[in-house]
Design a protein around this ligand. Structure first.
Ligand SMILES: [Zn+2]
Length: 391
């Protein structure tokens, strides 16, 4: 990258490998067109990252994932640490060789899963003790251990270990977890050893705008390579998510990537992009696909519905994916007959739909027409736009 270019920055331990170029900010919103540079390739931002929980994007081999337009995938530290174990992944050539994905990989820290999946999680300042949701084994994880696991996994982007609490919750509980997450982020930063990984911090704070702002400021002082917004998409109203973004994003530096974790629906992606978010991940396209729900510009279709039985049209005549070479009637039949090809094709279509949405969003930002693009998509999805508040 050209270090002289406007809006670019270099950070981390290896300035030749990681970088962030901000190319353009939309004239009517905070939406931004940028590029994230990694040693394993560049990622056009804003981007959507398919979720490969256990080292596989469920149902799809990595060539198929790449064909959807994905440039970066996510893998889950908690799940891989339990099965097959980070030592085994390391012995099999780390995540890239293990999975066959040669592009950038982001691993989460395990924080969200420890607090949502594990049984009887006990938190102390040192870390968390919990029982595996698979076999009940007693395990512990700390900021240092999370970083060590992610270093064994060999991902390109690693996340700080955070304390995630359920929402809604007592303000004191949310505040305590937020400030613990800030202290843990500092410990992660000190623990990180590899110069071929970039570490992102996670802003917490529940739905408390002031706490979100304070948390952001403390993390920004520590000068991380990028910032994530965590603890959202946990059942709050969409308007609450938007309000939290409006409080948080303006606190984050413009020359670093911003990642909204675990979000979401297509309309949530566009609301995030409008507010200056660069990266998203969510299991929705694959999970819904496995359950016979596919995304289209006219809103979601439920393929099991009888209305599709004799329908010869593809899901989307403009979609280049393999599923769209077939009729809606055939895809419905696959689900009715419980053929494994049904979930595979629906997952492939949904991931392709998300990647095309983000590619179109990038073009719209470049042309200063993102807000018109957003309005058109929202009205066709019949979602009803959430009022946009300029941050
Ligand atoms: Zn398709």
């Amino acid at each position: 990258m050209n270090p002289q270019s406007a809006g670019s920055s270099e950070y981390g331990h290896n300035p030749n490998s990681f970088g962030f170029d901000l190319h353009h900010t939309d004239a009517q919103s905070a939406a931004r067109r940028a590029t994230l540079h990694t040693p394993r390739g560049a990622v056009d931002l804003p981007t959507f990252m398919p979720v490969g929980t256990l080292g596989t994007v469920k149902g799809l081999d990595m060539e198929r994932v790449q064909e959807t337009g994905a440039q970066i995938v996510l893998a889950n530290t908690y799940h891989l640490a339990l099965r097959p174990g980070d030592e085994t992944v390391a012995a099999l050539g780390e995540l890239h060789e293990f999975t066959g994905w040669s592009g950038p990989i982001l691993t989460d820290s395990g924080g969200f899963q420890v607090f949502s999946l594990a049984e009887r999680a006990q938190v102390t300042e040192q870390g968390v003790t919990f029982r595996s949701h698979i076999d009940g084994a007693l395990l512990d994880i700390s900021p240092e251990r999370s970083i060590a696991i992610q270093e064994k996994l060999g991902s390109d982007i690693v996340m700080a270990f955070d304390h995630v609490v359920e929402l809604p919750n007592e303000p004191a509980v949310v505040a305590e977890a937020t400030w613990r997450s800030v202290r843990w982020a500092e410990r992660c930063r000190r623990a990180a050893r590899r110069d071929d990984q970039m570490l992102l911090a996670i802003v917490q704070g529940g739905l408390d705008s002031e706490l979100r702002r304070q948390c952001s400021r403390e993390l920004v002082k520590m000068d991380f390579a990028g910032y994530a917004i965590g603890g959202l998409s946990v059942g709050e109203e969409p308007v609450e998510m938007v309000r939290t973004l409006d409080a948080t994003v303006p606190e984050l530096p413009t020359d670093r990537p911003r990642y909204l974790m675990g979000v979401g629906r297509p309309e949530d992606l566009l609301e995030g992009v409008a507010r200056g978010i660069d990266m998203f991940d969510c299991v929705m396209p694959t999970r819904n696909g496995r359950n016979a729900m596919v995304f289209t510009d006219e809103g979601p279709l439920r393929l099991r519905n009888a209305v599709h039985e004799h329908d010869r049209r593809p899901l989307d005549s403009a979609c280049p994916c393999l599923a769209c070479r077939h009729s809606r009637g055939y895809l419905r039949h696959l689900f009715q007959a419980k053929e494994m090809l049904g979930p595979i094709l629906a997952s492939l279509h949904n991931l392709t739909y998300y990647q095309r949405l983000m590619a179109d969003a990038r073009s719209a930002i470049e042309q200063d027409s993102f807000m018109a693009f957003r309005e058109e998509k929202l009205s066709r999805w019949k979602a009803g736009p959430i009022e946009y508040v300029c941050p």
